[in-house]
Design a protein around this ligand. Structure first.
Ligand SMILES: [Cu+2]
Length: 210
């Protein structure tokens, strides 16, 4: 699994992979009419796409939260997307089938949004992590910005996915960092990835050690 993952990075040739911002799908199903999943947990910054796999429409309305009250048309074969930027538990219902059938509470659902970790919570933020110089010799510097206190780890990973060294593993307070980290002398020359993890989010940079 790890190998496939790293191979993908090599093939794409991207210097950075960003794991923040996940897309989720809620599908309107029939017999009885319902949303699946009915309960969805996501992080701030995530996108939820509503899709309709039935032959009737399901105009969807949120009871509370940033999208409250607006009617999101969800015609046959239709869809709509919402990006959730604030934490909270937001319930929604189908304006046509909320109470018209026996599914637990009719065609209703809930999206629970949890604040994501302290890293700037958009792609721009995570990809703003910089590692230099490249190629590196005795040390590397990692630049990142912490919005709030968080665990930060920086690991050196070889092309087979093995962790070669942990360069940093600390709880840091919020702020901008330009962290200089020594590369252990036992690390042989070659191509590596620097994996920077902030809370549960991580980003990889490819570097060459000479
Ligand atoms: Cu409906």
């Amino acid at each position: 699994m790890k190998k496939i993952y790293l191979l993908l990075i090599l093939l794409v040739g991207a210097g950075t992979l960003v794991f923040a911002q996940t897309k989720h799908v809620v599908t309107a199903l029939s017999n009885p009419f319902r949303y699946s999943p009915q309960d969805l947990s996501i992080n701030t910054g995530d996108t939820v796409e509503f899709r309709n796999s039935t032959s009737v429409s399901h105009p969807t309305i949120f009871d509370n939260g940033p999208f409250a009250g607006a009617v999101n048309a969800l015609p046959m074969n239709g869809s709509f997307k919402l990006v959730f930027t604030q934490p909270g538990a937001f319930t929604f219902y189908c304006n046509a089938h909320a109470t018209a059938n026996s599914y637990p509470a009719g065609q209703t659902g809930k999206i629970t949004v949890t604040a994501s970790t302290g890293v700037t919570k958009n792609n721009a933020g995570l990809s703003a992590i910089q590692v230099y110089p490249n190629p590196a010799t005795e040390k590397i510097s990692v630049i990142f910005n912490l919005k709030k206190d968080n665990m930060v780890t920086v690991k050196l990973i070889d092309v087979l996915g093995n962790e070669v060294a942990t360069l940093l593993n600390d709880r840091l307070s919020s702020g901008e960092y330009n962290q200089s980290l020594a590369i252990p002398s036992r690390v042989s020359k070659g191509l590596y990835f620097v994996k920077v993890s902030i809370g549960s989010e991580s980003s990889m940079k490819r570097i060459s050690i000479q």
